[in-house]
Design a protein around this ligand. Structure first.
Ligand SMILES: [Zn+2]
Length: 407
């Protein structure tokens, strides 16, 4: 048994008291302690209580916290870091991204390095969106928890049929995911995937979709106009065009609590209400949004509405690092009125990617435990300090995440 004391101990996200839509907040114990049996949390709370039950704590000059979640990334695109200029919105970015991807083969060594970087950024669980399952072996070896969302896209009947066949063959040929990881099929986006297939895949179980990333999606589904039309050949051919008031309206009948709605930048009031009612988790990737379209998701509005939230980095093709706290720091700078303690729960939402124990120091679980050295600092707002110091900082792992034993 190890007993560790810390001036500041975060135990995870705490639900807001009472009913209603109030978002969770980070639970902080000042002068806290943690008892660990191997990687399993035995107790976490006020130092006096933990010491009374488990003996004297070894003092750490660090902030201690549960390991983090990066709920949206594309590790297989790591070789395109810095290769795709931003600005001008999503259709233009896709138009630059597709030839860059076609010209450069995937690089397993860079995927491996990306997984190592995730570890240094304190990440124990990932939502990996994939076309090739290239990151599955490295994620398995590293003990990463979470899901791989294997994408299907195409608007034409023949293209989508081919995409499905290819995905199923890939699944057959891929190694068994390590415990704590699973592969599920997912639609890419409303503008790129046949509407009936979007509905079917979202309804089938856990799935992720890029949704409302850019105003051009709204124009396209509402009228067929705008810059997405000329991209259709590259996105899977002419075919059934999705039609609706907005991209969110197109999937309103299918979204449920197992789904991730990634980006959620271009939303009207009705869209926000659909997201809230569905129980789906909006995964915010603010640095990617800013790089591609110059805009951040409207965090205060989503928090006020009670939409479930998580955070992701998107790929290195549109974001400078794989650090969830760097994304939260960007949100914090964009919305200084939102307390940092309200932001941290976005990086502890393991349930969003099927890693239900990641993000909370619950006794009897092994969620992964991190320490970030204070070097004598005693900040008045430890949550804000954690965002700033942890954004590109390197965490020490006090305990590793261990997936829950399967029943
Ligand atoms: Zn993405």
């Amino acid at each position: 048994m190890r007993v560790l004391g810390a001036p500041f101990l975060f135990t995870g996200a705490e639900p807001a008291p009472g009913a209603g839509h109030a978002p969770p907040t980070a639970r902080l114990v000042a002068d806290g302690a943690l008892a660990l049996d191997g990687d399993t949390v035995v107790a976490a709370g006020p130092r006096a209580e933990v010491e009374a039950a488990h003996g004297k704590a070894e003092p750490l000059d660090a902030v201690v916290l549960p390991a983090l979640v990066n709920a949206h990334t594309h590790l297989e695109l790591s070789h395109l870091a810095g290769q795709v200029p931003g600005g001008g919105g999503l259709p233009g970015w896709i138009g630059r991204f597709l030839p860059a991807r076609a010209a450069a083969p995937e690089n397993p060594a860079l995927v491996e390095r990306a997984v190592t970087a995730l570890r240094a950024h304190g990440v124990a669980a990932v939502g990996e969106v994939t076309n090739t399952l290239a990151a599955l072996p490295a994620m398995s070896r590293a003990g990463m928890a979470g899901r791989l969302y294997l994408e299907i896209f195409g608007l034409s009947a023949s293209r989508i049929a081919a995409a499905r066949r290819a995905a199923l063959e890939m699944l057959d040929a891929s190694p068994q995911p390590a415990p704590g990881l699973e592969v599920v099929l997912s639609p890419h986006a409303v503008y790129s995937t046949r509407p009936a297939v979007v509905a079917e895949l979202l309804q089938a179980g856990p799935a992720s979709i890029h949704l409302a990333e850019d105003p051009a999606e709204r124009t396209f589904v509402a009228s067929g106009a705008g810059p997405f039309g000329p991209l259709l050949g590259a996105l899977g051919g002419e075919g059934d065009r999705p039609q609706g008031r907005s991209p969110v309206a197109c999937v309103a009948g299918s979204l449920h609590a197992g789904n991730l709605a990634v980006h959620a930048v271009d939303l009207d009031d009705e869209d926000v209400e659909v997201l809230r009612r569905s129980g789906a988790t909006a995964v915010l990737c603010p640095r990617s949004n800013f790089h591609i379209g110059g805009k951040l998701p409207d965090l205060p509005r989503l928090l006020a509405a009670g939409v479930r939230l998580a955070v992701g980095t998107d790929s290195l093709a549109s974001s400078p690092s794989l650090s969830p706290l760097a994304e939260l720091l960007a949100l914090s700078r964009g919305y200084p009125q939102v307390p940092a303690a309200r932001l941290l729960p976005l990086a502890w939402n393991g349930g969003a990617v099927g890693a239900h124990r990641v993000g909370r120091l619950a006794p009897g679980t092994a969620p992964g435990v991190l320490a970030l050295p204070l070097e004598g600092a005693r900040p008045a707002d430890p949550a804000a300090w954690l965002l700033a110091a942890g954004a590109e900082g390197s965490f020490r792992w006090l305990a590793r995440h261990r997936p829950e034993a399967s029943a």
